[in-house]
Design a binder for this molecule. Structure first.
Ligand code: ATP
Length: 438
């Protein structure tokens, strides 16, 4: 894709998100705050549906993963133990003239890319947000907003293992906010300073690490396929020695072909026994696992899958965005997978008379307990369809004169625009089948 096209697509998407209530700049009426975003009525639905699908995939469709929801503020020593206080830093340079700050890796040459000014030496810039707990703001009261959700899982390893009565291999999953004082946030919600992660830590016997990393690679890529993301836009990137975190034995990124380049959307890492060993050393708590069959005692290895909610949402929006001309008319359509579409069906009386609105309202009542639906009686039917196409609503249900005779409606599919007739009584079943395949 050319730069112009790339820019166009991102601009169009940002504008659609604002216009249709998906995503707004935070504190917009105050002029906004850089790299923080608010999710509007449709955005929060889409985001919740993505999270819910991940959560179900991890904790409901299988029996070896337990969920938790740990607090954002943790004991400050956790971040010393994890290595974040010492080394969660990006090398950065500042421009002495315009004061812009850049990641050192982004700057080619010795001059400011923006104004050509002189740059400072490279310095380390810790990405953790600091705040204070309690009334006194001194060094002793420093706490951090967590920069990843994973540590909340490690420190709860024993708490979960006991009550759940799981045996290795088993996992702990968590969805939650994380905060990083990124030097160069941008590309809309791709990189922000407050974001959400969906992380799963899978505890295994050390000698099975190669098997499980392969397993989780396949599981995770399949998850994106099931989310409707085009296969050709996804790939793995194997970390080379330079990229590999010091504690990791092997690491893959799942990458997506964003308009601005291939970029990471999820990390799948073999973190070895680093995390549990470090927490054992720091707390003197025994975080070993005893295998009562082999009588083996060891510190489990961890295979981590760490995905971003916001990045996944951006992928769904970009991958699903199409502009097409149908029967001489232009339409914009978001081909979101029905599982995650914010609204599952639009309900329309063909005209605003002959009892059609009343029948359509009854259908709305019938469907609301099962699906988020949207009733619309205003304007030409084609326009009403297109308004829902643009926000990814997969189905349109229209009440017309035939409905009044035989209690059937037309069911229009967003992508093919094909229409079939369905009995009103069968609608819940037909929609469930089409959305969930059940
Ligand atoms: P990057 O190299 O893009 O900064 P990372 O390697 O630091 O990412 P991880 O620490 O592996 O990212 O975090 C796991 C996932 O969390 C990422 O794949 C991404 O989806 C998400 N994520 C990380 N940082 C951000 C951010 N600043 N904004 C939005 N999502 C993020």
């Amino acid at each position: 894709m050319t730069n112009k096209k790339t820019q166009d697509l991102m601009e169009k998407l940002v504008s659609l998100c604002k216009r249709r209530g998906f995503i707004f700049q935070s504190s917009e009426i105050y002029g906004g705050i850089n790299s923080c975003w608010d999710y509007g009525p449709l955005g929060v639905e889409l985001k919740n549906n993505i999270k819910s699908y991940w959560w179900k995939s991890m904790t409901q469709f299988r029996d070896d993963i337990e969920g938790i929801d740990a607090s954002i503020l943790m004991h400050p020593l956790v971040w010393v133990t994890s290595g974040h206080v010492e080394s969660f830093a990006d090398p950065m340079v500042d421009c002495k003239s315009c004061k812009m700050r850049f990641r050192a890796e982004e700057v080619e040459g010795e001059k400011c890319p923006d104004c050509g000014g002189e740059l400072t030496e490279t310095r380390q810039f810790n990405l953790m947000f600091k705040t204070h707990m309690g009334a006194v703001e001194d060094e002793a009261s420093v706490v951090y907003l967590r920069p990843e959700t994973a540590q909340g899982i490690y420190v709860n390893f024993l708490n979960v293992l006991g009550p759940s009565r799981q045996k290795l291999p088993f996992g702990i999953a968590q969805i939650g906010k994380a905060f990083r004082n990124e030097i160069s946030p941008g590309n809309f919600i791709f990189r922000s300073r407050e974001f959400e992660q969906m992380e799963m830590q899978y505890f295994i016997h050390p000698r099975e690490d190669e098997k499980w990393i392969e397993y989780w690679k396949e599981e995770r890529i399949r998850w994106y396929h099931n989310l409707g993301i085009r296969k050709e836009n996804l790939r793995f990137h194997l970390h080379d020695k330079k990229e590999l975190a010091f504690y990791a034995k092997i690491a893959y990124d799942v990458e997506y072909n964003f308009p601005f380049s291939w970029k990471e959307i999820e990390g799948i890492h073999n973190r070895t026994d680093y995390d549990l060993s470090r927490h054992t050393q720091a707390t003197a708590k025994d975080l070993t696992y005893f295998d009562d069959q082999t009588k083996d005692r060891f510190i489990p290895y961890i295979i981590e899958t760490s995905a971003g909610v916001d990045r996944t949402m951006l992928v769904c929006l970009i991958d699903g965005y199409y502009e097409e001309v149908v029967k001489g008319e232009e339409r914009t359509v978001l081909r979101l997978d029905p599982k995650i579409a914010p609204i599952k069906a639009g309900i329309y009386p063909l005209v605003k008379r002959d009892n059609m609105p009343e029948v359509a309202k009854k259908i709305e009542d019938l469907l609301r307990p099962h699906f988020k639906v949207f009733y619309d009686e205003g304007g030409a039917i084609g326009r009403r369809y297109r308004r829902q196409d643009e926000v990814g609503t997969p189905f349109g249900i229209t009440v017309d004169s035939q409905t009044l005779e035989d209690e059937t409606v037309t069911l229009r599919e967003r992508d093919s625009m094909e229409q079939i007739r369905v009995k009103i009584d069968d609608l819940v079943g037909v929609l469930n089948k089409k959305i969930w395949g059940i």
